[in-house]
Design a protein around this ligand. Structure first.
Ligand code: HEM
Length: 398
């Protein structure tokens, strides 16, 4: 069997392939791209936690690991302990529950703004709504001026795009990454001169303990790297989750009506959407030692895809795993959509808050709707799953 994470077929619907991988090749090896893939929950969850074997230090996408391109930029997502521990505790000081709580107002305001401008007879859930507001929220938190906030999203789309068959970034993507870096660099200089009430100013002020025991401030490259990561993680993921939400609820209108009747179920629905079809399909690791699983040895020095999205559909871990059910027992197994272990998503609380508020507003905006299935468009991106276009028609109902 073939698992090609850069193929058209993968972008369109990877779930049949995931089932076959779990059943027939729980340790899959791709000759074409030279990676291993783990897909069973019992393998993926412990691998996420075992950073001594499954290292992030060479990157977390196949491209990063195989090209070594990440090595020039320090970033929390590419660190192993003890460096990761120090950086994570530092960013936790800046990315606090209070800082996230303060965004609720911004989230509501941006959501209301975009929905007020939307036409219920001609509405694209992604292009007219979910692609627009998450980037505004995270860049507002960072301190990016309003006029540049959508630039961050457009550059990011260029950087992540992988037309089918292509596994590396093209020239436009590289240029977009440079433009993003320059924007953050300029803001960092301004905040060093004149601090404001935003995250870039806070990052300029905090100190981190270095390997030699000294404590120093973050330099421009470290702050710009962190902003790039936050901008990317904050913009793409929630946008995709909400587009998928519209498609999935379009197929399960009874569950949409359950949410309308009882809004307290929305947080559970967000968790189920994340499990059932989360925006992040897999994270890549580099093995520091040999690993034996199911009679196969993955040698030290291998790239391994930890396919959380496949593990989240594993019947061995979740009852009726292939079914979407907002009322399911969520204690059965760990939902791996936000990763697991030391690198588990730093922005999970923000993502949950944005998604919950957005669904609440969408329930009012489109209480009954049909998805124009033949016009759906999926993204072809590395690691990210979802739609770039989800046209819906709001219809009558009660
Ligand atoms: C539905 C939305 C989201 C999903 C599904 C998601 C998923 C993930 C996953 C799977 C990881 C683990 C990566 C790894 O282990 O290599 C991760 C890490 C991370 N996420 Fe998210 N994410 C989401 C939203 C966000 C948001 C809104 C932010 C910030 C604004 C964010 C910031 C981060 C950061 C900084 C890390 C790296 C943490 C570390 O390395 O310690 N994410 N996310």
């Amino acid at each position: 069997m073939v698992f090609d994470p850069f193929s058209e077929q993968h972008f369109n619907d990877p779930y049949d392939t995931y089932r076959r991988l779990r059943d027939e090749a729980p340790v899959y090896y791709s000759e074409k791209y030279d990676f291993y893939a783990l897909t069973r929950h019992e393998d993926v969850a412990p691998a996420f936690k075992d950073f001594e074997t499954f290292s992030s230090s060479r990157g977390v996408t196949l491209e990063e690991i195989q090209s070594g391109q990440h090595a020039h930029q320090p970033s929390i997502i590419w660190m192993d302990p003890p460096e990761h521990r120090r950086m994570r505790s530092l960013v936790n000081k800046v990315f606090t529950p209070r800082a996230i709580g303060k965004q609720e107002q911004v989230i509501r305001e941006r959501i209301t703004h975009h929905l007020a401008a939307a036409d219920p007879d001609n509405f694209d859930v992604v292009a007219d709504f979910s692609a627009l507001f998450p980037v505004e929220v995270i860049t507002t938190m960072l301190g990016v001026p309003e006029s540049r906030r959508q630039d961050v999203r457009i550059w990011l789309e260029l950087a992540l795009q992988r037309p089918a068959g292509r596994s590396t970034m093209d020239k436009a993507g590289l240029q977009a990454m440079m433009d993003t870096g320059v924007l953050y660099y300029e803001i960092i200089q301004q905040r060093r001169e004149q601090p404001a009430d935003d995250m870039i100013s806070a990052l300029c002020a905090v100190e981190v303990q270095r390997d030699d025991g000294t404590a120093t401030r973050l330099d421009d490259v470290e702050i710009a790297g962190f902003c790039t990561l936050l901008g990317a993680a904050g913009a793409e993921t929630v946008a995709k989750l909400l587009g998928t939400a519209a498609v999935v609820f379009g197929r399960h209108p009874d569950q949409w009506q359950q949410l309308r009747a009882d809004r307290s179920k929305i947080p559970a629905a967000v968790e189920e959407l994340l499990r059932y079809e989360g925006p992040v399909q897999y994270d890549c690791r580099y093995t520091l030692k040999d690993v034996e699983r199911h009679g196969v040895t993955i040698p030290a020095g291998s790239a391994v895809l930890l396919v959380g999205a496949a593990a989240n559909r594993d019947e061995r871990a979740f009852t009726n795993a292939e079914q979407f059910d907002i009322n399911r027992d969520r204690t059965e197994a760990q939902n791996l959509a936000f990763g697991y272990g030391i690198h588990s998503c730093l922005g999970a609380a923000l993502a949950r808050s944005e998604s919950t508020i957005a669904l609440d507003h969408l329930l009012d905006f489109m209480p009954h709707y049909v998805v124009e299935v033949d016009k759906l468009q999926r993204v072809a991106m590395t690691s990210v799953n979802g739609y770039s276009s989800v046209p819906v028609r709001v219809v009558a109902g009660n």
